[in-house]
Design a protein around this ligand. Sequence first.
Ligand SMILES: [Zn+2]
Length: 489
Amino acid sequence: MAAIHLARRVRVERWLCGLALLVVVAPVGMWLFNGSRHLSPPATAGTRAIHKVLFLSIDTLRADAVSALNPVAPPTPSLDSLASDSLVFTRAYSPAPWTLPSFVSMMTGVAPQVHGVKTPRQRIPESLMTLAERMRESGYITAAIGHNPWLRPEHGMSRGFEGYDICPRDEYGGSLGSRLLARLFPGRLKPTLTTPEITRFADDWLHEHAHDDFFLWLHYFKPHGPYEPPEAYRPRENPPAGMGYRFGGAPAIRMGSVVIPPPQRLWVRELYEGEVRFVDDNVGELTAEMKRLGIYDETLIVFASDHGEEFWEHGSFEHGHTLYEELIRVPFFIKLPGEGLKLRDDRRVSTGSIYATVLGLCGIKDDPRWLSYGPLTPRFRGGLLNDDPVLSASPLYYEDREAWIQGSTKCIHSRVTDRMQIFDLTRDPNEERDLSMTSPEKTRKAFDDLASLREADDALREHYRIRGEYPAAIDPEVLEQLRSLGYVH
Ligand SMILES: [Zn+2]
């Protein structure tokens, strides 16, 4: 796996590591040299409209946890400031309610039912080119920095990135030598990255590449659970009975073996909001560094989350288990270079459109016929977006389901039981009244729409020759670790 070029810091570390491998553990040291390859600058394209692209993602960030989208949310000044420079999609949806299929859709422009990466056991089919591959072949330096155990090279997530430093790094094993080196060189060999470390790595990378044309994907893992905000970001009150300043335990709650009473639920939400404020401050540091480097104005910044988080709106907690609004409504801003377009758009859109929109804005050709999520570029040219259904699908837990939203109507269909739920999001934003129980006409139409969506998915799978499953070569030990965390069944 290629690691990010972090030359200033790495130069010294490489020298020291070279010394260390002679005396400590040669195999781990050999990895270090392979991983820190120097990226040579691409041929410059003088006519390119956009030279720098930052895809900034924050895991598990509900749309209503950002004060730019919800005035009663605890303030998120850094994200709000980015929003004030951006086109803000106030009703954006993620393609899936958990990390892996959501990012695969953002990176390929096709829905989970097309790319098929619906469980940790699948990888992106080779016939689908990723956004990073398209950017790299167009001459941008490509790199990814961040943390999330789902974003593994085995799933194809590193395709197209010259440097891919999405942690955890678990390649070194747990030998005494590996542990010793990780302690000596935490920046390079630590298996995980904290939120401030991600910011520092990104700052270093941007400093190194301030004069290059680049596509950088930066992914913050927090506010993903367990929630344990640093002291400065904790709630001001004392914790209620039985609670502390750290909260995890999602699998037990999902299985029903632990029940959290309503007053404690508010505390859990406050811990989450503390994590949100912490990551918001880190975004502020990052954008301040970009301004210091003089690259903020000229960078196209696409900001989104991969899914939301439930706080018992439909009786459960965390994410990955339903397709209700709290799990698929996400923040989504696009800041153009220069003066850009500073507007709010209330149309329902999907973050799956990131693939086509970034390519379109960068002037890289792509055929929207072969995408589930079309480009949002017409909006930047003064036009309106069409009213295509917005697709979201493939929960991690329980049976496979799919949702689509058109206008204010939302349908959720189970691919196992064939159950159809229909909600009117204008009259019933909390999705409490299933109209399929009372309106056979609406139900008939929903099944007709489903048949059309299936046809469209099949046509895309046929076009990309996606047949059957594409297994990911995941180490059984890693699968076992994910299973023990409650992630894999
Ligand atoms: Zn996630």
